[in-house]
Ligand binder design. Sequence first.
Ligand code: ATP
Length: 204
Amino acid sequence: MIGIFGGTFDPIHYGHLRSALELKELFQLDHIRLIPCAQPVHRDEPNTTALQRLEMLQIAVQNQPDFIVDAQELERDGGSYTFHTLKKLRHDYPNESLLLFVGSDAFNGFTTWFRWQELFDLAHIVVITRPNSALNPLNDFFKSRLTNDKSQLKQPAGHVFFQEITQLAISATAIRGMIAAKHNPRFLLPDAVLDYIFKHQLYF
Ligand code: ATP
């Protein structure tokens, strides 16, 4: 079973890393793939370059071999579409169960995603809850895919599953704001990532 955790990671922080580790353990994943998006299609463009976001991710997970940084969306032309990412992973892992982790806030807009229904042919969707976020009522399509039985996730794809995890109230937006305001965001993200931010004078 392989986990897929996408994001802007501008910058990666302990909210992401702690969630990824919990998810890896909860679902006994072989590995979890952290996939930075190239041009976010659902939000404004980030301040940093794609390469800088990628390098911060690589620094953050260098001692965690079951966390894999997957740069495929940066290597592809055009926008970052989850559909293309899952297609590639399905091609690389034809029979594996793939779990796409989606925050509950992102899941509320899921039906606007490119070819969203076909994503269920490629992976399971695991919705993780985030502080202060409410879920919209499920449509019939989601209801028909819903399962509370984790063992069904051993199939390659097709279900939606809700998973509560401990979430740290950390956001990349807040970290960027702190740096701009000359406050110290230490202990919200790995020291090595913060060193990189200072060295490259990001977010000032
Ligand atoms: P920004 O503040 O710039 O929007 P972010 O901190 O929310 O960034 P993203 O890169 O947008 O980070 O998030 C990637 C994924 O990580 C999303 O699925 C998001 O829901 C999740 N995530 C972000 N922050 C946390 C957190 N503190 N705990 C758990 N999951 C988080």
